[in-house]
Write a protein that binds this ligand. Structure first.
Ligand code: AMP
Length: 173
């Protein structure tokens, strides 16, 4: 497998979406076919031996990575979505972001009881999003085996909010 320098393909956009935020843009990574493939292959190789029942993707950039990963692992994909998007009965949670607050939802019947899942999002910042998602996933009856990110802003110490859960990331700042 080719070894692409993934970090060099992430574009830093200063002051987006608000002043002071250094936005890590993954569009410049996924537009490179070898890099995108390397991300998915690396994650699939890591999770294939673990007997995963489903991949959970966090709206919306998490979907970009969770769908090909689920296909590669030959398991289902469960979306965690922003409010009002999922049509059937949901669990909902409100949480704090690096910028602002938000809510997330999951279908109540998304999992078979005790399903072993990995959760993927594009980026770990403060950990608020993934921590909320993890609570929803457990409320819906699944077991979180690991939290995976393409990018981790390690200086924000998001891992501290995720005590007890294994965290894996491909690129760290
Ligand atoms: P957090 O809940 O603080 O861990 O924030 C994580 C979510 O916000 C992820 O879904 C990211 O897509 C987005 N996010 C937060 N900070 C950044 C950043 N500096 N660059 C790109 N995305 C970010």
């Amino acid at each position: 497998m080719t070894n692409v320098d993934l970090a060099s393909l992430v574009r830093n956009v200063p002051d987006f979406p608000i002043p002071g935020i250094q936005f890590k843009d993954i569009t410049t990574l996924i537009s490179n076919g070898s890099a995108f493939q390397q991300v998915i292959t690396t994650l699939a190789d890591r999770y294939r031996p673990l007997g995963i029942d489903a991949v959970v993707g966090i709206e919306s950039r998490g979907f970009i990575f969770s769908a090909p990963l689920a296909l590669e692992l030959k398991v289902g994909l469960v979306p965690v979505r922003k409010p009002g998007k999922l049509p059937a009965d949901t669990y909902q949670i409100e949480y704090a972001l690096e910028y602002g607050t938000s809510k997330l939802e999951i279908h109540r019947d998304a999992f078979v009881p005790g399903a072993r899942v990995i959760v993927i999002d594009d980026l770990l910042a403060t950990g608020g999003t993934i921590s909320a998602a993890t609570q929803l996933i457990e409320q819906a009856g699944a077991r979180v085996i690991e939290l995976a990110f393409v990018i981790e802003l390690a200086f924000l110490n998001g891992r501290d909010k995720l005590e007890g859960y294994p965290v894996y990331s491909l690129i760290q700042y």
